[in-house]
Design a protein around this ligand. Structure first.
Ligand SMILES: [Zn+2]
Length: 445
């Protein structure tokens, strides 16, 4: 059986991840994501009403026309986790393939909601939730398993495709957090077993491979957030916290700290509602009983009007907008576009890092300046990453001992950072370690 990897999207840029693996006449697609900064370049477009060809043209979704070059049938579309750069293009592309969409239960629920919002295409692919460590049989020769890992969203999986020539392991994205705030640590026993049985190829993210040491546990972010929030227990000023709506572990930490200092957590915004309510309904998380979640814009406005009238230390609004995105709640508060008003001494905590692109830099600078001018005090970077660092990658690579390695998740400026590590571990560029570009194919067997 001949096996090849096709780099469809996410190999020239950060975002719109999509990879295909062809084993003989059978093809498995892994991830179908969007590129958020390309989408931001076109504020006029409504994603749900736009045709895939236009979105490909704009660089928002992967250019899957390269799939026409390979002969075979797509048997499965597998999703690694619920971030938009990994599943956001499903409503635009999945209907072209007569194949089920497989992912962990939370990921599948998120993609179901994405598909529901789609107005241009009818996406009728069967959705198949697959729990960690269960096997999914694709055919006589191929099977699939989602191995438990940690990242910055719950229910993230390392995708393992078993072929007659060995396993293909797709690790976008992951973090080897042994002491997570939510969920279990990565399934090291399973990863060791897979490594022993033989790995043909590891397709790995390289986001933080240039950062030394190990990525700190989410416990560190928890103590950073807690340290700041609980030190204002006697302060009567407002506390507003912004973080990633999809980072359920972090939202949980913030809500618990609010509860601890006697303030009611108030999760506001459509994406907060989507990710957090879904996680709570599916019993992945329990927020303190005093927590409220409001998504609808009118209800959010009404809530902000109501809480501004009461004592400022009664609630902690947990909102979107840490990047200064136009239309997000924190940006609108900064612009005085909501009934809420910042007063001198109010604390604004950003439990996120800057997603480094120039647009975010400018928007964030603008928002921070406006908040400061109104007397707000800003606490930035109460955050740790959800991506493995150099020594995590070293451990992971040695655990799996793959025959071939492909670095993914970014252009070569990012993926080539993996080369030093791969070389240290005995791999050679273009012999058994590959850097790919969108549209390229790499034969493995
Ligand atoms: Zn991710």
């Amino acid at each position: 059986m001949d096996i090849e990897v096709l780099a469809v999207g996410g190999y020239n840029e950060f975002g719109r991840n999509m990879t295909a693996v062809r084993c003989g006449k059978e093809i498995v697609i892994i991830d179908m994501g969007i590129r958020l900064d390309s989408l931001m370049m076109h504020p006029e477009i409504e994603m749900e009403n736009t045709h895939s060809l236009d979105l490909i043209e704009m660089g928002v979704i992967p250019d899957d026309t390269v799939m026409n070059q390979i002969e075979g049938t797509v048997k499965a579309i597998v999703l690694s986790h619920g971030h938009l750069d990994h599943l956001g293009a499903v409503p635009k592309l999945a209907h072209r393939y007569n194949a089920p969409i497989i992912g962990t239960p939370y990921t599948i629920e998120l993609v179901r909601q994405q598909i529901e919002g789609e107005k241009k295409f009818g996406v009728n692919n069967k959705l198949y939730p697959l729990k960690y460590s269960q096997r999914y049989t694709i055919s006589n020769t191929l099977s699939l398993e989602l191995v438990r890992t940690q990242h910055s969203i719950i229910d993230t999986a390392t995708v393992v495709l078993y072929t007659p020539k060995g396993a293909i392991v797709y690790a976008l994205d992951f973090k080897l957090d042994r002491n997570p705030v939510l969920g279990e640590p990565p399934d090291f026993a399973k990863l060791h077993k897979i490594g022993k049985e033989g790995v043909l190829c590891l397709i790995t993210e390289a986001t933080n491979v240039n950062r030394k040491g190990r990525c700190p546990s989410e416990q560190l972010a928890k103590s950073m957030v807690r340290d700041v929030m609980t030190s204002y227990e006697d302060d009567k000023n407002a506390l507003i916290v912004s973080t990633f709506a999809s980072h359920i572990a972090r939202v949980k930490t913030i809500a618990e700290c609010a509860h601890e200092i006697g303030r009611k957590p108030l999760l506001l915004g459509r994406s907060m509602e989507r990710y957090c309510s879904t996680a709570e309904q599916m019993k992945y998380v329990r927020f303190p009983d005093t927590t409220s979640i409001f998504g609808n814009r009118r209800v959010v406005e009404r809530t902000l009007r109501r809480i501004i009238k009461g004592p400022r230390d009664e609630y902690v609004p947990i909102v979107t907008g840490h990047q200064g995105e136009p239309g997000s709640i924190l940006t609108r508060i900064a612009q005085k576009d909501t009934p809420y008003r910042i007063e001198k001494g109010d604390k604004i905590m950003i439990s996120a890092q800057l997603i480094p692109n120039d647009m975010n830099r400018a928007q964030r600078y603008r928002m921070f300046t406006m908040l400061s001018q109104q007397g707000g005090r800003i606490f930035d970077e109460l955050h740790v990453s959800g991506h493995a660092y150099c020594e995590d990658h070293y451990e992971f690579l040695n655990m799996l001992n793959p025959q071939f390695v492909i670095a993914a998740h970014g252009g070569v400026n990012l993926t080539s950072e993996y080369l030093n590590l791969a070389t240290d571990c005995g791999y050679t560029l273009n012999k058994d370690f590959f850097l790919m570009a969108n549209g390229q194919r790499q034969k493995l067997a």
